[in-house]
Structures are given as structure tokens and as C-alpha cells.
Design a protein around this ligand. Structure first.
Ligand code: DGY
Length: 382
């Protein structure tokens, strides 16, 4: 059924079969699936599998799949999974813009994701990109390695001081909020955010922090909820993007909006590449050398738009937002928990503390099923 060189089989005597389209970090996730009685077929290829390759891996007997954000999970794959007797698919990611959840539901497939274990991790990467861009770390590293450093000078690699300035956050969900707090608390930045929904918890937090600063005789910080994206772009010295990618946010940052940003502003994207019109960004960065960008994600990932890699005022890393050992192992545990949970007939977890699934005796529930209501999966009652 499978090309054995490209697939590794675990728990070969398992009754059902789970397909995993990439090797995942850690071992606990495999134990979860094996303990539930499933044989686990793991692709050992580092290439992105095509739809055809995944269909043939699913074959005619497959109960569930853990897949990747680089794969398009739509009609074709969910129909193949349904025909093979499948009941569940988990994305190995919190974002699931690569998944047609409606198609999955029509084919009777539950869809899982992995929230809550990459919030701070991804926010920290956005912070790392922020300072790399603001202080020209990558450019200066290259310069030093090339043996060009001939002694301290008053005017080489001058960057931007962020302390006390204004950070703009577009999309104040979990990761956007964590990033905002890191920049406000760590660097005493004022916050201007835009989100469809008011984030009262974040606003209260910043207000309490401002009171604390005042009580210490320091300059307080402020938080404003902007009326629209334009207000953030015009006001902020630094803008970080954290909305979900959908048809309303594709090319959220285009040529016209880039022009509204300050000449020496910094734009960070550790969310999804298509939020930015990358051609427009290349053009803008070329013509505005004091403007800087830090990108973890790309419009046509893994490809870069022509000219991007030649720009010194852009820092680029290969989609590493969640790339810490703890987070990637935890994501694997949640993805396996989603698949095993549904196959065992467990209810869906809706509680606050998803980290409980990383403990030795996790709740008998599927940690995060995004279409649980449409699929009629009852809520975990404790
Ligand atoms: C996610 O989980 O959506 C991230 O992009 C993976 O790093």
C-alpha cells in the first residue's frame, strides 16, 4: 500500500490505522496513538506531500490523519478519508486556513488544531524579528562575519529605539495579545490595536500596568482601540500582524496601506504570508531604506517574491514562529489527543486550560475540535 522507504510504521499490530504526514518531535504523541490501539504510519519525507501522495497513504483503511499546514485539506482528501473509514483529521498547527472545515464536516470528519501551546512562543518570535529589524542585527552580523568591522564608529548601523514609542497590533487574539503585552511591559510602549472585537482584558491589563508605572513615578503607558487598520498604520512606530488569514484579510497590507505607515516604521508578520502583498512590500522597502520589515511567513511559501532576499532592510526566517522544542512536542501531543480522543468516542474539551493535556493523566476528551458542534460531539463535562 505504501512505499516503505518513505514511511515508518509504529505499533504494526494496531487494529486501526492513523497516517501522519511528517515526522513530529517527541515520543508522547506516538504513545497516545499506540495506547489507543492504532498502527501509526509516519512519512519520513521532508518534501511537502502532494494530494495524490496523501490519498494513496490514506488507502482504503485509515481512521485518522495528522497533517501539516503546508497541505491543502479540502474535498479530495476528506472524501478519500471518509471512504477509508476515517473520522478525524488534526492539523499540526493552531491556524487552519489550509483546511476546508465545511468539506470535512460534510464528509463526517472532525477537524482538530493545536491552540494554547504556541501563544508565547510565536509572540517571542515576533519580538525577535522586531528587534532584529529595529537594530539591524542580521545586516550587522553579515558585516562582522565578512571581516568588515575595523573598530567602533559613531554612525554605523544606526537603528530605531522602541522604548516609549507606540506599538500597533492588528488582530488582538491570543498571539497578538501576548506580543502586545511583551512590548508594552518590556519596553514601556503605548499600544494601539485594531480588532473586530474589543479586547477588554488587554485594555484592563494595560490600564493596571499604567497605574503601576504611575505609582512608581514613571511615565504611564496608554492603550487605544483603533477605529480601523489605517489608524494603526498611521499612528504606530511598529506594527505587528496577528489576524487569521481569510478572504477579508488577504493582502490586508497593500501598496496603499504601506504608504500610510511612517517612513521609518517596522512591519512584522509572524502570522500568515498572504496578509501582505509581498510585491508591494518589496517595492516599498526598496524605495524607503529606513522602513524595515521582519517576516516569518511568506505569500507563496516556501518561495520568496523576487527581490525580497536582496533587501537589507528586511529580516526573513523560515516560518519558525512555533519552533521551540517544548511547543512543537506539545503541538504533537494535542494533535494526537485530537485524533485518539475522537476515535475513542471522547467528548470535546472546551475548558480554558488546554495545558492539562500535557500532563500524565489528561482528561478523557479531544483537546481542540473546531467543528465539534456541527459534528454533534458533546462537550466534556468533567
Ligand atoms: C501555526 O500553528 O499556525 C503556526 O503557523 C505553526 O508555526
Amino acid at each position: 500500500m505504501l512505499n516503505d522507504e518513505k514511511w515508518k510504521v509504529h505499533n504494526s499490530k494496531g487494529v486501526g490505522r492513523v497516517v501522519v504526514t511528517k515526522k513530529l518531535p517527541g515520543v508522547k504523541w506516538l504513545e497516545i496513538l499506540a495506547r489507543s490501539g492504532y498502527r501509526v504510519d509516519v512519512s519520513t519525507s521532508t518534501d511537502i506531500l502532494s494530494i495524490g501522495e496523501i490519498v494513496s497513504a490514506i488507502g482504503d483503511n485509515c481512521s485518522g490523519v495528522i497533517g501539516q499546514l503546508t497541505e491543502v485539506w479540502g474535498e479530495e482528501l476528506f472524501s478519500a478519508l471518509e471512504k477509508a473509514g476515517g473520522k478525524v483529521y488534526s492539523n499540526y498547527a493552531v491556524g487552519y486556513n489550509n483546511v476546508d472545515v465545511g468539506a470535512a464536516t460534510r464528509h463526517g470528519i472532525c477537524v482538530g488544531n493545536t491552540p494554547g501551546v504556541l501563544t508565547e512562543t510565536t509572540a517571542e518570535m515576533a519580538v525577535a524579528l522586531t528587534f532584529s529589524a529595529a537594530r539591524r542585527v542580521v545586516e550587522a552580523d553579515r558585516f562582522t562575519r565578512r571581516g568588515k568591522f575595523n573598530g567602533w564608529l559613531p554612525d554605523i548601523f544606526l537603528g530605531e529605539l522602541l522604548y516609549g514609542k507606540t506599538v500597533g497590533v492588528i488582530g488582538a487574539g491570543r498571539i497578538g495579545t501576548a506580543y502586545a503585552r511583551m512590548m508594552v511591559e518590556g519596553h514601556k510602549m503605548n499600544l494601539v490595536y485594531y480588532d473586530l472585537y474589543r479586547n477588554s482584558a488587554l485594555e484592563d491589563y494595560v490600564a493596571a500596568y499604567a497605574d503601576f508605572l504611575k505609582s512608581r513615578g514613571e511615565q504611564p503607558v496608554a492603550c487605544i482601540r483603533a477605529e480601523n487598520v489605517e489608524e494603526v498604520l498611521q499612528t504606530a512606530d511598529l506594527v505587528s500582524l496577528h489576524p487569521v488569514l481569510d478572504e477579508t484579510t488577504r493582502h490586508l497590507i497593500n501598496a496603499e496601506r504601506l504608504k500610510r505607515m511612517k517612513r521609518n516604521a517596522i512591519l512584522i508578520n509572524a502570522s500568515r504570508g498572504p496578509l501582505i502583498d509581498e510585491d508591494a512590500l518589496v517595492h516599498h522597502c526598496r524605495n524607503n531604506p529606513d522602513f524595515r520589515a521582519g517576516l516569518d511567513v511568506f505569500e507563496n511559501e516556501p518561495e520568496l517574491k523576487p527581490g525580497l532576499s536582496e533587501l537589507d532592510n528586511v529580516v526573513i526566517v523560515p516560518h519558525l514562529g512555533s519552533a521551540t522544542i517544548w511547543t512543537r512536542q506539545s503541538m504533537a501531543i494535542l494533535a494526537a489527543g485530537n485524533v485518539a480522543g475522537i476515535l475513542m468516542g471522547y467528548p470535546a474539551w472546551k475548558g480554558e486550560n488546554i495545558l492539562t493535556f500535557l500532563e500524565d493523566s489528561p482528561p478523557e476528551a479531544a483537546p481542540s475540535i473546531v467543528n465539534s458542534e456541527d459534528m454533534g460531539i458533546p462537550e466534556y463535562a468533567g
